[in-house]
Design a protein around this ligand. Structure first.
Ligand SMILES: [Cu+2]
Length: 176
């Protein structure tokens, strides 16, 4: 266990160096990332329901097996627009700049997503690893985690939300 942790920490450092530049180049275009890729329905082994609100995810910690495909059912039970985004601090930092621009341009209000304006600006916000929801909305994301433990988590990138604790942890169980 000790050895595994050390190994995965070492691996993670290398993987992150690659993934952050990949994420910048590929943001939102559905390519495989170091933290997993869009999963297929017939591979789903579990469904995890996640609720979002000000400023939390419930649950905020989940455990997955290496290579596992999970169906996330995400529900926004809050008063504000929230995002569920699977990634790493590096991918969130670059995505958050985009989100800040969407807020500045009026594409995202406090409790409303201006889809028409978003389309006009050519920003569809259709990343396979993320979903942006108005209050009361729900959505599903099927995600296949990598075969080896790596750094991955989930967060809301609406400006100010991750900073106030709207982030969650994903850890890998040892057994396959
Ligand atoms: Cu949020």
């Amino acid at each position: 266990m000790k050895l595994c942790d050390t190994l995965s920490a070492t691996l993670t450092a290398g993987i992150l160096a690659v993934s952050s530049s990949m994420a910048l180049a590929d943001a939102g275009h559905g390519n495989a990332a170091a933290f997993g890729r869009p999963g297929e329905d017939h591979h789903v082994s579990r469904t995890i329901e996640l609720r979002m609100g000000e400023m939390y995810f419930e649950p905020s910690r989940i455990e997955v097996k290496p290579g596992e495909t999970i169906r996330f059912v995400v529900i926004n039970e809050g008063q504000a627009v929230h995002e569920f985004n699977i990634g790493t601090p590096e991918t969130w930092d670059s995505h958050q700049a985009e989100m800040a621009r969407m807020v500045d341009e009026g594409m995202i209000d406090f409790d409303r997503i201006e889809h028409a304006r978003m389309r006009r600006m050519g920003m569809m916000h259709a990343d396979p690893n993320a979903v942006l929801l108005e209050p009361g909305e729900g959505a599903e994301i099927i995600w296949e985690f990598p075969g080896e433990a790596t750094q991955v988590g989930f967060a809301c990138n609406v400006p100010g939300h991750r900073e106030t604790g709207m982030a969650g942890q994903i850890s890998f169980r040892a057994e396959g």
